[in-house]
Design a binder for this molecule. Structure first.
Ligand code: NAG
Length: 369
C-alpha cells in the first residue's frame, strides 16, 4: 500500500501553477487589443462567461465576529474548512458556505480552502459572491486521479474532483494542521466551531459512525472471500467495523502527512483498478478500507446524511432521529435540481433559504448538471 510519491510531486508542481496561470492570464489580457481588429478576440469569450457566472449569484452579506471572538489576526483562532468547487455543484457549495457563516459565532475566523479543477474560472465567482470571505483556492489536477478511477454505480461519483479530499494534506499549506472537509451538497445549521473543537484522541480522522449500516454491502464478494483483502479490518475493533460517510470529516493533517495516508488510499484505488473489483462506489470505499474502525466518532447531528435518497432513484428521505447540526443531501437527488423541477422533497425547503442563485439569471447554467 506504499507509493505516496506521485501526490507529493503533483503538489509541488501545482503549488507553482497559480503564478504561472496568472502570468498567462495577464499576457492574454495585455495582448488582446492587438487581435481586436481581427474580429472578436478569443480572450473576451471566456471573460464574458466569467462575468455571466459571477452575476448568477446574489452577493452574500458580511458576517461579523461576535463579542468574545479571538481577533481574526490570530492564526491559532482560525477554523479551516475545505470544500470542492466546480460549475456543476457550485450552487450547492455556495449554499454550504453561506450556511456555515450564518450560524458561526466567529465567522471572520473561518478560512475556506477551495479545491477546483479550474480555479481561474471559479475564483472570481466566489470572490464576487462572498466579498468578505477569507479563502484560498487550489488547483486540483484531475490528471492526478483520472488513471486511478474505476467506474462506479453512479456517474457523478466518478468525477475526479470527488477524489480531491484524498489530497488535502498535499495541497494545503503545512501550517494548516487540522481541516474540516465538507461535501458540496450540505448545509450547516449550527456553530461550526463546535465541530472544529472535537478531540480526535489518537486518531487521524473524526466522522459520525453508523454501526447499523450494512458495511458488508460496500464491498464485493470478491473482497470478502479473499482474506488478504478482508483482513485489513483486523485489529480495528468491531467486525465488520462501522460505516462512516466521507462528506463530513475532521482531519488531523499533520498525522495524515506523517502516516502517508494519501499513498494508502491510492494503494487501494490501484487494487480496485488493476487487480480486482473490490467495491462499487467511488471515493468512499478507499476511505473505509483505510480508516473504518479507526475513526473518532462524532455526534450524529453533524451528518444527517442520505437526504438525496439512494444512488439509483433519489427518493425522498426523512431525517434520522435526534438533533440536527448539519443536513446532507448525499445520494442521487440534489435539492436545487428538485426545487427547480418543482418536485422537491419536503426537507428540500430547509436548503432553499441558503440558495444564492439568481433564478431569473442564466438559468440554463445548471440545467444539465
Ligand atoms: C448486507 O449486505 C450483503 C451484501 O449485499 C447481503 O448479502 C446481506 O444479506 C446484507 N445483510 C443485511 C443484514 O441486510
Amino acid at each position: 500500500m506504499e507509493g505516496a510519491s506521485s501526490p507529493g510531486m503533483a503538489t509541488r508542481s501545482s503549488s507553482t501553477a497559480p503564478p504561472l496561470l496568472l502570468l498567462l492570464t495577464l499576457s492574454i489580457l495585455l495582448t488582446s487589443p492587438v487581435h481586436a481588429n481581427a474580429g472578436v478576440p478569443a480572450a473576451t469569450k471566456p471573460l464574458a462567461d466569467h462575468l455571466a457566472l459571477a452575476a448568477s449569484f446574489r452577493e452574500a452579506p458580511a458576517f461579523r465576529n461576535g463579542r468574545g471572538c479571538a481577533p481574526q489576526s490570530d492564526p491559532a483562532a482560525a477554523i479551516h474548512i475545505a470544500m470542492t468547487v466546480d460549475t456543476t455543484y457550485l450552487r450547492g457549495s455556495v449554499a454550504g458556505v453561506l450556511s456555515v457563516l450564518q450560524h458561526a459565532s466567529c465567522p471572520e475566523n473561518i478560512v475556506f480552502h477551495f479545491l477546483a479543477s479550474s480555479p481561474r474560472r471559479l475564483r472570481p465567482i466566489v470572490a464576487a459572491t462572498f466579498p468578505y470571505l477569507s479563502f484560498r483556492m487550489y488547483r486540483f489536477d484531475a490528471a492526478l486521479v483520472r488513471g486511478k478511477i474505476s467506474s462506479s454505480v453512479r456517474r457523478a461519483l466518478d468525477q475526479p474532483l470527488n477524489y480531491a479530499r484524498i489530497y488535502l494534506a498535499d495541497l494545503l499549506p503545512r501550517d494548516v494542521v487540522r481541516i474540516i472537509y465538507f461535501d458540496s451538497d450540505l448545509i450547516v445549521v449550527d456553530d461550526v466551531a463546535k465541530l472544529w473543537a472535537i478531540d480526535l484522541g489518537p486518531h487521524v480522522l473524526g466522522a459520525p459512525e453508523y454501526c447499523h449500516a450494512n458495511f458488508t454491502a460496500y464491498f464485493t464478494d470478491r473482497f470478502w472471500l479473499d482474506p488478504a483483502f478482508a483482513g485489513v479490518f483486523e485489529g480495528r475493533g468491531r467486525r465488520p467495523p462501522c460505516y462512516f460517510n466521507t462528506g463530513v470529516m475532521v482531519i488531523d493533517l499533520e498525522r495524515w502527512r506523517q502516516g502517508g495516508y494519501t499513498g494508502r488510499l491510492e494503494g487501494w484505488m490501484r487494487v480496485q483498478k488493476r487487480r480486482a473489483r473490490i467495491y462499487e462506489l467511488g471515493s468512499l470505499p478507499p476511505f473505509l478500507l483505510v480508516f473504518a474502525g479507526a475513526v473518532r466518532p462524532v455526534e450524529h447531528r453533524w451528518n444527517q446524511h442520505g437526504l438525496g435518497g439512494d444512488n439509483l432513484e433519489g427518493l425522498c428521505r426523512d431525517l434520522h432521529p435526534g438533533a440536527v447540526s448539519l443536513l446532507h443531501w448525499s445520494g442521487k437527488g440534489k435539492p436545487w435540481l428538485r426545487l427547480d423541477a418543482r418536485r422537491p422533497c419536503p426537507l428540500d425547503s430547509l436548503w432553499a433559504p441558503y440558495d444564492l442563485f439568481r433564478r431569473h439569471g442564466s438559468d440554463d447554467l445548471f440545467a444539465n448538471s
